[in-house]
Design a protein around this ligand. Structure first.
Ligand code: PGA
Length: 255
């Protein structure tokens, strides 16, 4: 069971998202993924993309949410809005939001909690910057982000949590990390999770995936059964030429 998540960020206009979604649906009907194929369009296209994928196995993700359900919060998006649009997943704590929007670990924690409360599965992003890696602090950063992000987070038996390990310095670079490096980080993440959840919960309800310059040529290196089971994809999800081969590749690995 794999997760393939297309994060379209603020890169595409509605017309382009519609055309791409149609091609993705078609590819997935020919080479179905054993797992979840999830599209995270821009907020403005959630409704349109949602109606296109309605009778398909594809799922919808939002790229962010706010940590209150209602109130005077100009410009923010409530989990209630996402629920109205049949959104199933929500990306939380992406490094671009941490860097450009100054999102803190506390914001991330509040967002994870409100997402779970509203039956949205969080795709919780963690990862070190280049400087942190150079200073040998990768594990410390991951542990800090997980400890703060998951404070007071509880999972009921039917809730899931996806943790996306995304080394910040390779996002959008065209060069993924070596799979061994991702594996070491995933092992750190898995170990910290034991402070919060039982091994059975980790096995059943929590998935670790990789993100950072994933494409059809390198994706298999990041699939490590029992440890890393999917990919969060930015650049290679923006065109049919790049994304359809990724679906095809993953469908052959999972079948
Ligand atoms: P990328 O983006 O695939 O372009 O590196 C990944 C992400 O930001 O989630």
């Amino acid at each position: 069971m794999f997760y393939l998540i297309a994060n379209w960020k603020m890169q595409l206009l509605e017309k382009e998202m519609v055309a791409l979604t149609e091609k993705i649906i078609e590819q997935n009907s020919r080479t179905p993924l054993t797992g979840e194929l999830i599209l995270a369009p821009h907020f403005s296209a959630l409704k349109t993309v949602g109606s296109l994928i309605k009778n398909t196995p594809l799922k919808l993700a939002a790229q962010n949410l706010f940590y209150h359900e209602r109130g005077a919060y100009t410009g923010e998006i409530s989990p209630l809005h996402l629920a109205e649009l049949n959104v199933a997943y929500v990306i939380i704590g992406h490094s671009e939001r941490r860097a450009f929007l100054k999102e803190t670990d506390l914001d991330v924690n509040l967002k994870i909690k409100i997402a779970l409360k509203n039956k949205l599965t969080p795709i919780f992003c963690v990862g070190e910057t280049f400087e942190e890696r150079q200073q040998g602090k990768t594990a410390v950063v991951l542990i800090r982000q997980i400890i703060r992000g998951l404070e007071d987070v509880k999972l009921t038996p039917d809730q899931e949590l996806i943790i996306a390990y995304e080394p910040v310095w390779v996002i959008g670079s065209g060069q993924a990390v070596r799979p061994l490096e991702a594996k070491n980080s995933a092992l750190v993440i898995k170990k910290v999770l034991l402070d919060y959840f039982t091994p059975e919960q980790i096995e059943k309800n929590i998935k670790i995936i990789y993100g950072g310059s994933v494409d059809a040529d390198n994706v298999d290196g990041f699939i490590m059964p029992g440890l890393m089971t999917g990919a969060l994809v930015g650049t290679a999800s923006l065109t049919a030429e790049k994304f359809l081969p990724l679906i095809k590749k993953l469908s052959t690995i999972s079948n």
